[in-house]
Design a protein around this ligand. Structure first.
Ligand code: ADP
Length: 495
């Protein structure tokens, strides 16, 4: 038993939680709830309101009132101070936030604890940006005393929809730039993992957010999520989730021509060249796909390996996969936690079956497991497939599970073509000790991010996002702020 077990029992004891609308903690108008269960054990943690269209209406109204009322009078320096206060409180409550995520969606605590640098960095980075937003004075072609300039204005009420695989970072990455720019927010977390987002909202509210500036409506995607995406009172939608849902959100957003950013799925290639430093590359390439049980949009799920080193790489990857410790995420030793739900585990099992049927060979893993005392959990072994062909389902489709497809290659030109032959373009990895190869591949791979001799690095100051069907828009960096701002041109005839 780790120290976390006692804290876990105290944190969630099955009692109901409420959602945040207009500064009030409330139930859904319908009175209906969604159960939040621990994906490792099936234990009931809490219930959350099953918000619907009428709750979204109330939240959007509150956000609009706040946007046009008191929030509009809060200065950039006050918004900066607020974000810094939030960062301090998030830091103080970081362990509880991580524990909540581990219980609600399974992320191993050893992984989530290390995410604080990134999340606190986001809050502090955007606190800095809050006071750096400004327009320009621009010379024009008109004769006489006609002046032109621009100002940057907040887009208004932002609808944020996030998935379950990284609730803390996912929500902060939408909320921080919104607060920095002076927008207001209606956030819908995933029905699979709402508890930590509610905890975060409480922290933010305690830091002095005026009512209505941040609203969190829990509920189902096709109900609360769809109502938010289509709502005429929303000016911009910031979405992270599957490509399929992204498509329906883009359609729903067309009604009032909302601005939309979409951070969607991926099938990211990782290229292991024959000159790679294998001692360093193997563990990184393995965790590129196995981290968070493969439930990350950037999972490096296609590993292209130079044919000369294929046998050695396969043997070492299989050893690595077998040695990973599977268990409850609150055990500090755990490296692989459960998948989010029975549905997700069944989906991954289906891919395992399709891989075998299509002729790939399982070198490690390949099955469900039930660690002691966790028979109600949704665990799948980290799995390495060899003998994979490019057209197999496991090499083409996003699995969102701990499943790696290893594909040999002979020529660099050929591997670039194969790596790019996917509808997705979120991320890619390269392992090489050759400088020229590093540059060549970094430039030729079609992806929003390319990592060389590393993987997973995401930083508040560096833009992150996809190309092709992995979406558009960037999170991180100053480009992210642009998505929350409109530019207004002002002309003045001073004659
Ligand atoms: P994932 O399976 O990775 O969670 P989804 O795209 O299914 O990806 O879900 C991401 C988020 O989108 C969740 O908050 C979910 O509730 C929401 N969602 C699902 N369907 C819709 C929809 N039709 N309209 C708006 N939001 C939706």
């Amino acid at each position: 038993m780790s120290v976390w077990h006692a804290r876990a029992a105290a944190l969630y004891d099955g009692s109901p939680r409420r959602m945040l609308i207009d500064g009030d903690w409330c139930d859904a108008r319908s009175g209906e709830v969604i159960e939040a269960r621990d994906p490792a054990t099936g234990r009931l943690l809490a219930t959350v309101p099953k918000g619907g269209a009428v709750d979204i209406d109330a939240a959007v109204l509150a956000a609009r009132r706040a946007f046009e009322g008191p929030w509009a009078r809060v200065t950039p320096f006050e918004r900066q101070a607020l974000l810094l206060r939030i960062a301090e409180r998030v830091q103080a409550e970081w362990e509880d936030l991580c524990l909540s995520d581990t219980l609600d969606m399974g992320m191993p605590i050893q992984r989530s604890l290390t995410n604080s640098r990134r999340v606190l960095g986001m809050l502090r980075f955007y606190a800095g940006q809050a006071v750096a937003i400004h327009g320009q004075t621009i010379p024009n072609s008109f004769p006489g005393e006609i002046r032109s300039s621009t100002v940057r204005e907040p887009v208004g009420v932002v609808g944020a929809i996030i998935p379950w695989n990284a609730p803390i970072a996912g929500s902060v990455w939408k909320i921080a730039p919104a607060l920095a720019t002076g927008c207001t927010v209606v956030l819908k977390p995933s029905e699979e993992a709402s508890l930590t987002v509610l905890m975060l909202a409480r922290i933010m509210q305690d830091c002095g957010l005026p009512p209505g500036v941040l609203n969190v409506v829990t509920g189902l995607g096709p109900e609360a999520g769809a109502a938010l995406a289509a709502h005429p009172g929303i000016d911009r939608i910031a979405f992270t989730g599957s490509t399929e849902t992204g498509r329906s959100i883009a359609r729903a957003a067309a009604g009032n021509i909302k601005r939309v950013s979409l951070e969607l799925g991926g099938k990211s290639p990782v290229i292991l060249c024959r000159d790679a430093d294998l001692d360093r590359a193997i563990p990184v390439a393995a965790m590129a796909v196995f981290a968070n049980s493969g439930q990350i949009c950037i999972a490096g799920s296609r590993l292209f390996v130079a044919r000369e080193i294929e046998d050695e790489v396969l043997a070492r990857l299989a050893d690595h996969a077998r040695a990973l410790r599977i268990g409850h995420g609150i055990d500090p030793e755990t490296e692989i936690g459960p998948l989010i739900s029975a549905r997700q585990a069944a989906r991954v099992e289906d891919f395992l079956q399709r891989g075998r049927t299509e002729g790939a060979r399982v070198l490690a893993g390949g099955a469900r497991v039930a660690p002691d005392g966790m028979e109600g959990g949704h665990f799948i072994q980290p799995t390495v497939f060899a003998g994979v062909a490019d057209d197999m389902a496991i090499a083409r489709e996003e699995i969102f599970g701990p499943v790696l497809s290893v594909l040999p290659f002979d020529e660099l030109d050929d591997v670039v073509t194969r790596a790019n032959a996917t509808p997705y373009g979120l991320a890619a990895g390269v392992f090489t000790t050759h400088l020229g190869t590093a540059h060549k591949l970094a430039h030729r791979l079609r992806a929003g991010t390319v990592w060389v001799n590393m993987y997973h690095a995401i930083d508040p100051a560096v833009p992150f996002g996809g190309v092709k069907m992995s979406g558009h828009g960037r999170e991180g960096g100053t480009e992210h702020l642009d998505e929350f701002l409109d530019t207004k041109a002002i002309w003045i005839n001073t004659d």
